[in-house]
Design a protein around this ligand. Structure first.
Ligand SMILES: NC(=O)c1ccc[n+]([C@@H]2O[C@H](COP(=O)([O-])OP(=O)(O)OC[C@H]3O[C@@H](n4cnc5c(N)ncnc54)[C@H](OP(=O)(O)O)[C@@H]3O)[C@@H](O)[C@H]2O)c1
Length: 338
C-alpha cells in the first residue's frame, strides 16, 4: 500500500454468517487483516442495496458462495491504498459485481479491498452518491438497453415495456428509455405508484393486478422491447405478446425462476430473448456502459429515485425489498446520521 492505514484496526462491517445451514447477517468490528486481499483499498462513502443483497443477507436465496462474507455487491469511495499503478490514493472509484458480497468481502463496510481489475474510475461529471444511486441496478438497466440496441431496438419500432416497474433496475430503465425517445409502458403491482412512474417518464402504466395474460402460444403482439425484472409467468406472457423481431432483456426473477412458454414466439415472430448478467461483465464493456451512464443514458431524476439509508439502518431494508414494498433505489451512506 502506498499510504499507511495502520490506524484502521476496528471498522464496521455487515457480515453474513452461516450456522447449521442457515445464513444471517449482523454488524461486526473488523481489522484490515480480516478482509479479503486485493491491490486496492477503498474507504467506502456509499454502497447500495440490490435485490441480491437482500437475498444474501436474509438467506432467502443461496447467493453467498463463501462464509463468512461481508455483504454488499456495490461500493463507491476513495482509494486509501494501492499497490497497482492504475490507482492512486485519493482516486474516486466504483466497484460493482464480480465476487463482491458473494465470494469476496463486499461493500457493506467502512473499508473494502479488491483486486485492481475490478475497479472502475468514477466517470467524469458523476458524484460518488450518484454512482451508488445508479449502482448495480442502473448498470444492469444500461447494460440491458445497450444489448437491446445491439439487437436492433430503436424507439421507432414501437412500445417498450418495463416490468417490476417501481424497482431499482426498472425505475432507472424507465428514465433511460424515456430519454432515448422510447414509448415506455410500466407494469407494476403497486397501484398507488402510478404517478411516480409517470414522473419518471412512463407514457402508460399497467397494473399487474388487472393483467389478463391469456394462455395462447401467441397473444396480441404489443411490444417492440421488454425489460423484465420478474421472470416466471410475467416473462412467459412477454414472450407471447412481443411484436415481430421484438427483443426481451431478461435480468430478474422477483416473480419466479421458471419459464413456461413455447417456441412459437421465436420461430413465428423472430422474438429474441437475451440474458443480462451484470456481475460478470468484462471490463471493456463495463467501462463503456459506465461512460454511457455518465452521458447519453444518465438518469435525470436520480434524487427522486434514490433514498438514503444510514449504514446502521441497513438491515431494515432487506425484508421490505423481498416483500416488494420498496420504490426506487436505497443508497447506503456510511457517514449519515439517522
Ligand atoms: N441479471 C443481473 O445482472 C441483475 C442485476 C440487478 C438485479 N437483478 C435482478 O433484477 C430483479 C430486480 O432487482 P432490483 O434491484 O430492481 O429489485 P427491487 O428494487 O426490489 O425491485 C423489484 C420489483 O419487482 C416487483 N416485484 C416484487 N415482487 C414481485 C412478485 N412476486 N411478482 C412480480 N413482481 C414483483 C416489484 O415492482 P412492482 O411492485 O412495481 O411490480 C419490485 O419493486 C431482481 O430479481 C434482481 O435479482 C439482476
Amino acid at each position: 500500500m502506498t499510504q499507511s492505514v495502520s490506524s484502521v484496526n476496528a471498522f464496521s462491517a455487515y457480515r453474513i454468517f452461516e450456522k447449521d445451514g442457515i445464513s444471517s447477517g449482523g454488524f461486526i468490528k473488523l481489522a484490515l487483516d480480516d478482509i479479503d486481499p486485493g491491490e486496492v483499498l477503498i474507504q467506502s462513502h456509499y454502497s447500495s442495496v440490490n435485490y441480491k443483497d437482500a437475498l444474501a443477507a436474509t438467506g432467502a436465496g443461496k447467493v453467498i458462495r463463501r462464509f463468512p462474507c461481508v455483504g454488499g455487491v456495490d461500493v463507491a469511495g476513495k482509494v486509501v491504498g494501492s499497490s497497482d499503478e492504475r490507482f492512486a490514493v485519493g482516486d474516486e472509484v466504483i466497484v460493482t459485481g464480480y465476487g463482491m458480497g458473494v465470494s469476496h468481502d463486499g461493500g457493506f463496510a467502512e473499508f473494502v479491498r479488491v483486486p485492481a481489475d475490478w475497479v472502475v474510475p468514477l466517470p467524469q461529471g458523476m458524484t460518488l452518491f450518484e454512482s451508488m444511486a445508479i449502482g448495480t441496478a442502473g448498470f444492469t438497466a444500461a447494460l440491458a438497453i445497450h444489448r437491446m440496441e445491439q439487437n436492433e431496438l430503436v424507439p421507432e419500432k414501437g412500445k417498450v415495456i418495463v416490468t417490476g416497474a417501481t424497482g431499482g433496475v426498472a425505475s432507472l430503465a424507465i428514465q433511460m428509455l424515456t430519454q432515448m425517445g422510447c414509448h415506455v409502458v410500466a407494469l407494476t403491482g403497486k397501484d398507488g405508484e402510478h404517478d411516480y412512474l409517470k414522473l419518471l417518464g412512463a407514457d402508460e402504466v399497467m397494473s399487474r393486478n388487472k393483467l389478463e395474460m391469456g394462455v395462447r402460444p401467441l397473444e396480441k403482439a404489443q411490444w417492440a422491447g421488454a425489460l423484465d425484472a420478474v421472470g416466471g409467468e410475467t416473462l412467459a406472457w412477454l414472450t407471447r405478446t412481443m411484436r415481430q423481431n421484438g427483443v426481451i432483456a431478461s435480468f430478474g426473477n422477483t416473480g419466479g425462476i421458471e419459464l413456461h412458454t413455447t417456441v412459437m414466439p421465436f420461430i413465428l415472430r423472430g422474438v429474441r430473448l437475451i440474458g443480462i448478467d451484470s456481475a460478470a461483465t468484462a471490463m471493456p464493456l463495463r467501462l463503456q456502459v459506465w461512460h454511457r451512464l455518465a452521458n447519453d443514458l444518465r438518469p435525470g431524476l436520480l434524487r427522486q429515485v434514490a433514498h438514503v439509508v444510514p449504514f446502521r439502518k441497513l438491515p431494515q431494508i432487506f425484508p421490505l425489498m423481498l416483500q416488494g414494498q420498496l420504490r426506487g433505489r436505497s443508497v447506503v451512506a456510511m457517514n449519515a446520521e439517522g
